[in-house]
Design a protein around this ligand. Structure first.
Ligand code: ADP
Ligand code: MG
Length: 356
């Protein structure tokens, strides 16, 4: 990029090169597979021989994906990294190299940008992700954060959205809807408690908010499923179950049936639903940003996959099955009746969607 584009205003409080140097010094340490990280025109990597690269990128725009009035820089950085880590988890890969590009409006300080990186790096640290570069620009309006994460995987240890077969069982890790409940609590969108004076316990509230701000990318589970070839397809739940299941069905050219009553709910989410008169199953179907894995499993691997999850201490719930494409996507309600699954999860460029 020409320097007049990439350079941040020198009159502002931030200057591009001292900022990059500061970030490189604090967060840019790399191991042996990175021959050159931050500092040259491009990074140079030597991935483990025979491995394939998995590349994923996410663009976060202020006002669309995050709001600086409700979230801290650390929290934004952390979640930005989790979104990418979770994509690598859903493919069964090992996350390795991170590139971060920023467009920063005037008025932000170096300390704030540092906090953003602290959040990103702390999400990647348990997985030994290395920061190897990025780009920095000024912005006329709003903060933009783009992360690119490269992961690696053995060629025969990869999960995709496209392998689900009719008859496969549908499973999900963890619990659903917590993140949406946490978001509603953070933004005041939960409404009034059903009975005045009764409200959610502090612990339940803290749990839900934390699930929203600090979700866990399911990397180890994704890698194990891929290694033992126990899933025919996988996706991470970033938009919400109803939308993300649709992606699996499209890519695999199948339909699916979800048993509403089997959707895994945390005790905190159930308390929240009761306190604020929400349908917890609706929260589970619509809620985005849980970053759990949705997988399909051949019936012959049912015992194996359940045993694997147990040995691993990871909750894994069977929530339905894969049907033929012509049967579409359906949900079986509490009364046993079957309905078309409405996509209630988040979609961009649409005036209204979802319960958020
Ligand atoms: P170029 O002009 O070739 O784009 P830059 O001066 O933008 O080079 O970048 C110099 C080095 O700093 C490169 O290694 C680049 O990857 C890294 N870098 C730039 N911005 C960031 C950032 N926001 N985070 C991490 N690394 C960055
Ligand atoms: Mg640059």
């Amino acid at each position: 990029m020409p320097p007049h584009h990439s350079r941040l205003s020198s009159a502002g409080r931030l200057a591009e090169f001292p900022l990059i140097e500061d970030l490189a010094g604090r967060f840019g340490a790399t191991g042996r597979s990175v021959l050159i990280g931050i500092g040259d025109d491009a990074a140079i990597l030597r991935p483990p021989s025979g491995d394939l690269f998995l590349l994923t990128t996410d663009l976060l725009a202020e006002g669309v994906h995050f709001d600086l009035t409700t979230a801290t820089f650390e929290a934004i950085g952390y979640k930005a990294a989790v979104a990418n880590l979770s994509d690598i988890a859903a493919m069964g890969g090992i996350p390795r190299y991170l590139l971060v590009s920023l467009a920063i409006p005037s008025g932000h300080t170096q300390a704030e940008i540092r906090r953003l990186y602290r959040g990103m790096i702390s999400a990647g640290r348990p997985h030994r992700v290395e920061l190897i570069g990025g780009d920095t620009s000024s912005s006329r309006q709003g903060l933009f954060i783009n992360l690119t994460l490269a992961g690696t995987a053995k060629p025969d240890h990869i999960l995709t959205r496209g392998g689900a077969r009719v008859g496969d069982l549908l499973y999900v890790t963890g619990t659903l809807g917590d993140s949406l409940a946490g978001l509603q609590l953070l933004t005041g969108a939960q409404g009034r408690p059903v009975r005045a004076g009764t409200s959610l316990s502090k612990e339940a509230r803290r749990y839900l908010v934390e699930r929203h701000l600090q979700p866990t990318p399911r990397l180890a589970v994704g890698q194990l499923l891929a290694k033992h070839r126990l899933a025919t397809s996988a996706i991470d739940l970033s938009d919400g179950l109803s939308g993300d299941l649709t992606h699996i069905c499209k890519q695999s050219r199948v339909g699916a049936e979800v048993d509403m009553l089997t959707l895994p709910l945390s005790p905190a989410c159930l308390d929240y639903a009761e306190a604020y008169r929400k349908n917890p199953f609706e929260l589970a179907l619509a809620g985005g940003e849980d970053y759990e894995l949705l997988i399909t499993v051949s019936p012959k691997n049912k015992t194996k996959v359940e045993r694997l999850a147990r040995s691993f201490g990871c909750r894994l719930s069977r929530i339905g099955r894969i049907r033929s494409r012509k049967r579409g996507l359906t949900v079986i309600g509490p009364d046993g009746s079957s309905h078309k699954l409405a996509i209630t999860s988040y979609r961009h460029f649409e005036a209204t969607s979802s319960v958020r």
